[in-house]
Design a protein around this ligand. Structure first.
Ligand SMILES: Nc1ncnc2c1ncn2[C@@H]1O[C@H](COP(=O)(O)OP(=O)(O)OP(=O)(O)O)[C@@H](O)[C@H]1O
Ligand SMILES: [Mg+2]
Length: 168
């Protein structure tokens, strides 16, 4: 069967909005969840990851894993694997055996995921963060396959509904 692909874009007008998206996505997370994050330097990838980790119940500080490449945390019910592949070549990334994380019992967030498309699971949520003015970020989401397409549809329904609410 052909892979289903669902896209949406949404503007996070503040850090609070970014946190709201991270919390919603964390509420969908299950063993084997993979979120592929991209965006320019300083776009907000690590900031999103920190809110996501907090929503999973990770206690303590979640730092940028740029130098450690992979950091493992324990959430309330799920392990959380935080990766940053910015400094890796495709060959180096391949040697790390990332599949053990992607298909493991935890939830993985990969910063700079678009550098290693060949190594990512075909089914994943892609989140591309783009600066959209002071404090605002455009969130471009692509759900590839199950259950990520459903996540995107669910966000479109719930996120959009809450936006209308905010506007009164
Ligand atoms: N709506 C927003 N969402 C996320 N970050 C925001 C937002 N508004 C402002 N920011 C700020 O933008 C900065 C994002 O930095 P962050 O380290 O998360 O980016 P990054 O994409 O991980 O960068 P790098 O590629 O260098 O690792 C933070 O200082 C954060 O407070
Ligand atoms: Mg970062």
């Amino acid at each position: 069967m052909e892979q289903e692909i669902c896209r949406t874009a949404w503007v996070a007008r503040s850090l609070k909005d970014t946190a709201r998206l991270a919390e919603k996505l964390a509420s969908f997370a299950a063993p084997g969840t993979v979120i592929a994050l991209d965006g320019d330097l300083g776009a907000g990838k690590t900031t999103f990851s920190q809110h996501f980790a907090a929503a999973l119940g990770v206690r303590g500080i979640v730092n940028s894993p740029t130098f450690t490449i992979i950091k493992e945390y324990q959430g309330e019910t799920l392990p959380f694997y935080h990766m940053d592949v910015y400094r890796l070549s495709l060959e180096e990334a391949d040697e790390l055996g990332l599949d053990d994380y992607f298909y493991g019992s935890g939830v993985t967030v990969v910063e700079w995921a678009s550098l290693i498309p060949e190594l990512l699971p075909p089914d994943r949520l892609e989140l591309w963060i783009k600066s959209d003015g002071d404090g605002a970020r455009k969130m471009e989401m692509t759900g590839r396959g199950y259950p990520y397409c459903d996540w995107v549809r669910a966000w479109d329904r719930m996120g959009a509904a809450e936006d209308e609410h905010q506007q009164g």
